[in-house]
Design a protein around this ligand. Structure first.
Ligand SMILES: C[C@@](CO)(OP(=O)(O)O)[C@H](O)COP(=O)(O)OP(=O)(O)OC[C@H]1O[C@@H](n2ccc(N)nc2=O)[C@H](O)[C@@H]1O
Ligand SMILES: Nc1ncnc2c1ncn2[C@@H]1O[C@H](COP(=O)(O)OP(=O)(O)O)[C@@H](O)[C@H]1O
Length: 284
């Protein structure tokens, strides 16, 4: 093990999210889209390794192949937290990546949120959840949700939360190995931007959808066979701006059965719903 406790490393989970639905209800003056979505935490997770340094440096020990250390959200999260608090301690960082990148699963945002939550404790900053969420929003629209730490009806660009109980169960997540760039989806002329707002108290999931899905499938038709393979077995939806699709079942056996029937070579994950972020208690 590269980051062992004997060497002073501590491990922290960074869970993925699914957007059970995602409606675009408007646009801000700066062009960012206003959304309404239910964000669901799942137990598919990256592992972050942290070790406090006295010299103030932030050092990434195993940068991802396609993300330079200085751009990695975990490094940016640690540096931003130093700036915001004047903290003079530093940190060694390592990562074991399991959440597919650019999949609409919020992996990078969750990694950043876990670093903020863990350092709040390791650097003894005593920051409130609200303050950590404000800092997190500077790193990405999905970061505040992970710091909020419970399943939620999310509005604005991702900063307004209403807690929500969602059914416990199992998700099949299918990664179609197609790269879907988020900006292209939000720029598309045919994106529906005027879905009628709903309220957290009256969600009928049958009446919801992911407004980004039709655009993603039109721009990247290679998504369609993956979607169809899963939709043959269970109701299927895209998460975030793609590329992953997911299906839900209360029965783990049913998810296992569907996985066994998907075409060979498909990249699939089975995940369980989480009701709380594993680091929920780390904000004050
Ligand atoms: C749509 C969601 C739902 O979770 O997708 P995923 O990233 O998880 O797939 C997020 O809100 C994605 O937010 P975020 O992760 O910050 O998006 P980025 O990749 O930084 O955004 C790329 C570009 O998309 C556009 N964009 C993004 C978010 C938003 N609410 N409105 C936008 O118009 C902006 O032009 C932005 O410059
Ligand atoms: N720690 C990180 N993990 C994943 N992606 C990161 C990380 N830091 C920066 N990124 C960048 O953020 C992009 C989006 O990542 P990710 O959060 O995995 O997807 P999504 O926003 O679709 O849920 C990646 O393509 C990568 O360039």
């Amino acid at each position: 093990m590269m980051f062992s406790p004997q060497d002073g490393w501590q491990a922290f989970a960074a869970p993925a999210k699914l957007n059970l639905f995602l409606h675009i209800v408007g646009r801000r003056a700066d062009g960012y889209h206003l959304l309404q979505s239910v964000f669901q935490l799942i137990d598919l997770a990256d592992t972050l390794y942290l070790r406090v340094r006295a010299d103030g440096d932030v050092v990434h020990h195993n940068p991802l192949p396609d993300v330079p250390a200085s751009q990695d959200l975990i490094v940016r999260a640690a540096r931003l937290l130093q700036q915001e608090t004047g903290c003079t301690a530093g940190v060694d960082l390592g990562i074991e990546k399991r959440i597919p990148m650019g999949g609409g699963l919020g992996g990078g945002s969750s990694d950043a949120a876990t670093v903020l939550l863990a350092l709040n404790r390791l650097w003894n900053l005593q920051l409130s959840r609200e303050k950590l969420m404000q800092i997190g929003l500077q790193l990405g629209a999905d970061v505040p949700f992970f710091i909020y730490g419970q399943n939620a009806f999310v509005e604005g660009i991702g900063e307004i939360m209403t807690p929500l109980t969602t059914p416990d169960g199992f998700f099949l997540v299918l990664h179609p190995q197609v790269h879907v760039p988020t900006p292209a989806i939000f720029k598309a002329d045919d994106l529906v931007r005027d879905t009628l707002p709903i309220t957290a108290q009256a969600i009928d999931y049958q009446q919801t959808r992911n407004d980004l899905e039709a655009v993603a499938c039109r721009l990247f038709p290679a998504l369609l066979p993956a979607r169809a393979a899963l939709a043959q077995h269970l109701p299927t939806r895209m998460t975030g701006s793609g590329a992953c699709f997911f299906a839900f079942s209360a029965s783990q056996n049913e998810i296992a059965r569907v996985i066994s029937r998907l075409p060979n070579g498909a990249t699939v994950f089975e995940a369980k719903s989480l009701s709380r972020h594993p680091l929920y208690e780390y904000a004050v």
